[in-house]
Design a protein around this ligand. Sequence first.
Ligand SMILES: [Zn+2]
Ligand SMILES: [Zn+2]
Length: 245
Amino acid sequence: MIKLKIEKEDFLHLLFPPRCPFCDEVLFHSLFAKGELICGECKHKLEYVREPACSRCGKPLEDERQEYCYDCGRKTFEYTQGKALWVYKGIVRDSLYRFKYHNRQEYAEYYSSELIREYGEWINKCNIQAVVPIPLSKKRLRQRGFNQAALVARKIGKKMNLPVFCDVLLRIKDTKAQKELNDEERKNNLKRAFKTRTNKVQLDHILLIDDIYTTGSTMNEAAKELKRAGVEKIYCLSVSIGRGY
Ligand SMILES: [Zn+2]
Ligand SMILES: [Zn+2]
């Protein structure tokens, strides 16, 4: 009798074949061999955040003489610096939507490997001691079943050998979707939305992870709370970001 030795990972691979995170087509080249987790067509369509970008939040800018985007030029942020991978539009926006609302948790693999390829060195330079995802409220977590930011954070932590703390920061207020609100409403919407589990967080440098960075209010409120608990510097990393001006 011939025994076929199938690794568990390969078996799962056949049951849930890898799909391109951007067009959702099955990646046949990755079925048996460890190939790229994106199709050739989408690879060329991705818009990566490149210089010139805002030195504070990382939004791509039009004018290279500008140091900060409009928002960062007039607001002070609690975090030290932020970086993001892709511009939030087109196939990136659709991909993040499926990731979050259609349970495409496997996309976190490609997101995280690209985040590390682009920003691994930056993460090392920032002397990060722990990775912390932007949390969801208990209610949201129950509805969705998983926290998309935590999926990305765990992969980054594993690949970069950094501890990931998913429960150091809590979301105590169930806020409305930020995209439905204007600037002023966003600020009030998030006021005291976060809380740390302990009064004193024994970490100096933390990397916050989120999927979408828009105005920065979410990252800012989370950073404010971590600083209140004694964290010295907070850095932010997002899968996608809007354009600055
Ligand atoms: Zn594709
Ligand atoms: Zn900015």
